[in-house]
Design a protein around this ligand. Structure first.
Ligand SMILES: C[S@@+](CC[C@H](N)C(=O)[O-])C[C@H]1O[C@@H](n2cnc3c(N)ncnc32)[C@H](O)[C@@H]1O
Length: 363
């Protein structure tokens, strides 16, 4: 197969030019002797004696076995010739589902783009256009662009801290980005368990598919029970499937072991939910602070409690947030200590994403 032989420092420039002209074949750059590189050429490329190649020779070698290193190299030559900047520079993968924001000129060629992505990424099954987050359930609006096997379900599995977890990015919120937060949650709950000297009951009323749980369940003796749930029925279906798998075969039994599909603010009305939790997670970032007063009745007030949550707040309001949290705890009849409200790195704008936490003593 014909390759243009160029010095390695000129590889990028010639790749760019050949892509733009529609001369690039999709087999990827080959390594040649003396540190030179072979740019793979397709049948549209001018003959080897054309002046366009300058002094650079063409060589006939086997195509690179590794193939293209980027999905753009799988596009038809006419599209490879377009300005690279029109194509999305990032995408997100959950399990075998790839989600990509398609904007501007790329939208005209979204089908070819999706086909190129499927060809380049063998572990993906479904390519979806991500049209943004909608509604109270914070679910993405996904539009299927291409499927490897004809299936169009967005239900899939991911691995989170060593455990397999069912997710469905088209039906339920889940963010892999918060994985570090989940590790920190585990560490804080561990220290609190040491402080209390007994296994803990966890309440996670905005649990989604349950990503906070595998680390806690796998840490033997950390939890004695849980009350978890979500308002989104699909989330609760997946949460139940996940909990079944995560607790199957464990020596420990959990009591209570309750999954609820209801508005978290109404959980307090059920006697089996009230006065149970040693630890409460509040993960409804747009409304966490507003919901808190309805959640305090879930705490077991015979011993101290740990409250940990996440919120999106105006950056300007950050300095007052700690005091606000302490006031909410006092209004509920508790005494707050070790309280913090901290910005989580990696989010920025006029608003910020914060983690808040407090230990509550009850009189
Ligand atoms: C930001 S997500 C967090 C999900 C999960 N904890 C995670 O980290 O992936 C918030 C969740 O709260 C649920 N939700 C929204 N309003 C709710 C309410 N009033 N009561 C209970 N759950 C609610 C949504 O369906 C969503 O799954």
């Amino acid at each position: 197969m014909r390759h243009l032989s160029v010095p390695s420092q000129q590889t990028e420039a010639w790749l760019l030019r050949c892509r733009r002209e529609g001369w690039l074949a999709d087999t990827g750059v080959a390594r040649l002797e003396d540190g030179r590189r072979g740019i793979p050429l397709n049948s549209n490329a001018p003959p080897e004696d054309d002046a366009v190649w300058g002094d650079f020779p063409c060589v006939d070698i086997e195509p690179n076995a590794k193939g293209p290193t980027h999905w753009r190299e799988r596009l038809p030559p006419s599209l490879q010739a377009l300005d690279e900047a029109i194509w999305p520079s990032a995408y997100e993968i959950q399990g075998d589902v790839l989600m990509v924001k398609v904007e501007g000129e790329a939208a005209t060629h979204e089908q070819a783009m999706a086909d190129a992505m499927l060809a380049q990424l063998p572990n993906t099954r479904l390519i979806c256009a991500d049209e943004g987050v909608e509604g109270d359930f914070r679910v993405r609006n996904l539009r299927v662009l291409a499927s490897r096997d004809g299936s169009t379900t967005t239900r899939t599995t991911v691995k989170e801290h060593g455990s397999i977890m069912w997710v469905d990015p088209g039906e339920v919120y889940f963010s892999a980005r918060l994985s570090t937060q989940r590790q920190e949650t585990h560490q804080h709950i561990k220290s609190f368990r040491e402080q209390l000297g007994k296994p803990l009951v966890l309440a996670d009323p905005y649990a989604g598919v349950g990503p906070s749980l595998p680390l806690l369940i796998n840490d033997e003796g950390l939890l004695s029970g849980y009350i978890v749930g979500d308002l989104n029925p699909v989330a609760v279906d997946l949460l139940r499937m996940n909990l079944d798998a995560w607790t199957r075969g464990k020596d420990a039994t959990f009591s209570p072991a309750i999954t609820v599909c209801q508005d978290a603010r109404t959980w307090k009305s059920a006697p089996e939910n009230r006065g149970q939790a040693d630890v409460l997670l509040v993960n409804l970032p747009h409304d966490s602070f507003e919901h808190l007063s309805d959640l305090f009745p879930l705490f077991n007030r015979t011993n101290p409690s740990l409250l940990r949550g996440w919120a999106i707040v105006e950056r300007a309001s950050l300095p007052q947030r700690k005091q606000h949290l302490q006031e909410l705890v006092r209004d509920a009849g508790g005494r707050p200590s070790d309280t913090f409200v901290e910005e989580v790195k990696g989010f920025s704008s006029t608003r910020c994403f914060v983690v808040f936490q407090t230990v509550i003593a009850w009189d």
